[in-house]
Design a binder for this molecule. Structure first.
Ligand code: PEP
Ligand code: MG
Length: 592
């Protein structure tokens, strides 16, 4: 898309994470950590800037008094008294005089002038070795964010479930749990300052089909509520005040998309078979029990990854065994006889439970996550294992463990499964004695010991999202290192190849359920490396099938052979792109 020259249009570029184009008014979520906009005010504007500051102070005072009243009524006068310190900040003459001087003398806009002074006070307080004074720094920052939100017209804390008007959300960040609650009829799209392609927020957006762009650096600090925007989730662009020319070009892009969707619908019920007759298992990744309809509608063969942690977040108490059993069974029954691979709990990393007092960690992705958490919190784990086993009566359930790093963890998990089986027999509850158990291969050490793991499992599923971050030491959430997050890095391809070889040697199948499996550019490469199954977010499945039906496995093998002998990830990616674009050009017409 060319850069339009028309005045008023402003383009922000980030990382595309969920396809689609939307247009609408923006809603900027508050509590942004992003920079506060700074501009020089003209002499004639000084009085108006000071009035803006005063209006924001009055409004903030009203809001704090109201919060204080509610807290005092609901919890008691002592708790309400906490807000006295907040009100004092608003009356601190020394602070306010300094802010006004900054507006008059330095010609700062009101919000920037306030931010600079308040941050100076807050950091001084925070550095003092006195608990009471450090607390005042927190008060100062809390009030500051309220005042800034009022001046910038940002919402303080929006209950996203209560939104009535369709909008595009702009935010510093969105957590996976918040994203899981978005209603796609209301939230047309979202854009964030930070984030990466394989963060769970991005994964959730793709599942929900909400166009999204992340890694836009400072967008939340530069925009205000009500501005009109076009968000392009294909190319990672947000355009404020799009010109007529831009809208026209996007109209054409949408028409191409509609015609592609028609082609994809035509193959919905057709098999994923290559031109040279090889059938590929093509499954879907799901997060909620209600996603079964999406799996079928997109023509997938069952579920290759059911991320059960979304059953656990956004609630105050853990789901019971019974509740989990119902959810898992519902998914299995809806998709029978197609397989449903249920992954045991993968909490931690970027997915947390608000109601569990899990301490904040320095490196959550390297910490108390997934199987590590489950092998210590065995009551939680056992309840889930029993629920999955009970759901296996449907006959099509498989189970897999996340984040297995070596044989000990696998043996411990399998021993717990044995105990749960015994418990269910005692309780006379039926389950499938032959339910297959597999493991995600997403830690490099697991690849190195894949031969040992394979002997004790029925399948492997490569979690490339984590495998890439752990192998290349690149945080999958961090936009600053997103350019180093390279799925076609020769090291990654060798790890995939080694996993496939170890699995096949032991006679088990090997799938990929990381986001690599949902990128049509990489489909021939993965299949050429010998992968048996691909599992992707339901909306991505039709494009992958479209490509599979247009390629020959023999050519994919040649591509993989080239890749395994190539030293450059960029060259490998370029070869994959050329191959995919040649066999299925219409899939890529939305990309600039
Ligand atoms: C992966 O790591 O590739 C994967 C599929 O698991 P998750 O994205 O949930 O970590
Ligand atoms: Mg993972």
């Amino acid at each position: 898309m060319p850069e339009p020259a028309q005045k008023g249009e402003k383009i922000f570029r980030g990382i595309p994470v969920s396809a689609g184009v939307c247009r609408g008014k923006i809603l900027v979520l508050g509590k942004s950590q992003a920079s506060v906009p700074r501009r020089e005010v003209a002499e004639a504007e000084i009085l108006e800037e000071i009035s803006r500051l005063e209006r924001a102070l009055i409004l903030t005072r009203q809001q704090i008094v109201e919060v204080q009243r509610k807290v005092s009524t609901g919890m008691g006068a002592e708790e309400g008294g906490i807000f006295d310190a907040h009100l004092l900040v608003l009356e601190d003459r020394t602070l306010l005089d300094e802010v006004i001087r900054n507006i008059q003398e330095k010609r700062f806009n009101a919000e920037y002038a306030f931010h600079v002074v308040a941050e100076k006070y807050a950091s001084t307080l925070a550095a003092i070795a006195d608990d009471y004074l450090r607390e005042r720094a927190t008060d100062m920052r809390d009030v500051t964010s309220r005042i800034l939100n009022n001046m910038l017209g940002r919402e303080e804390e929006v209950d996203l479930k209560k939104l009535k008007e369709p909008c595009i959300i702009i935010s510093y960040d969105l957590t996976p749990s918040t994203t899981a609650q978005l209603d796609r009829k209301i939230v047309l799209g979202f854009a964030t300052d930070i984030g990466g392609r394989t963060s769970h927020t991005a994964i959730m957006a793709r599942s929900l089909r909400i166009p999204a762009v992340v890694g836009l650096k400072s967008i939340s600090g530069e925009l205000v509520n009500g501005q009109y925007a076009l968000l392009d989730g294909f190319n990672g662009v947000v355009i404020i005040n799009p010109t007529d020319q831009t809208l026209f070009e996007y109209g054409q892009l949408i028409r191409k998309q509609v015609s592609l969707q028609e082609k994809l619908r035509d193959i919905q019920s057709k098999p994923a078979v290559t031109l040279d007759g090889h059938s590929i298992m093509l499954s879907a990744n799901v997060e909620q029990a209600t996603d079964a309809a999406e799996v079928r509608a997109n023509g997938a063969n069952g579920v290759g990854l059911y991320r059960t942690e979304f059953l656990f977040i956004n609630r105050d108490v853990l789901p019971t065994e019974e509740e989990q059993f119902q959810a898992y069974r519902q998914m299995a029954a809806a998709l029978k006889p197609e397989p449903v691979v249920i992954r045991t709990l993968d909490l931690g990393g970027d997915k947390f439970l608000s109601h569990l007092a899990v301490p904040t960690e320095m490196n959550p992705f390297l910490g108390w996550r997934a199987i590590r958490y489950c092998l210590q919190e065995t009551t939680v784990f056992r309840a889930q294992l029993r629920a999955i086993l009970r759901a296996s009566v449907e006959g099509n359930v498989k189970m897999m463990y996340p984040m297995i790093s070596g044989l000990d963890e696998l043996n411990q998990a399998n021993a717990l499964v044995e105990e749960c089986r015994a418990e269910l027999r005692m309780r006379k509850l039926p389950f499938d004695e032959n339910m297959e158990i597999g493991a995600m291969i997403e830690i490099p050490s697991a690849v190195m010991v894949a031969n040992s793991l394979a002997k004790r499992l029925k399948f492997f599923s490569l979690g490339t999202n984590d495998l890439i971050q752990y192998t290349l030491a690149v945080d999958r959430m961090n936009e600053k290192v997103a350019h180093l997050y390279e799925p076609t890095h020769p090291a990654i391809l060798r790890l995939i190849k080694a996993t496939v070889e170890a699995g096949h040697k032991a006679g088990i199948w090997v799938g990929v359920c990381g986001e690599m499996a949902g990128d049509p550019v990489l489909t021939p490469l993965l299949l050429g490396l010998g992968v048996d199954e691909l599992s992707a977010a339901p909306p991505l499945v039709p494009s992958i099938k479209f490509l599979i039906r247009r390629m020959k496995l023999s050519e994919a093998k040649a591509l993989a052979e080239f890749a395994l002998n190539c030293e450059s990830s960029v060259e490998i990616l370029a070869r994959c792109q050329a191959f995919a674009r040649e066999i299925a050009p219409s899939l890529f017409e939305s990309k600039t």
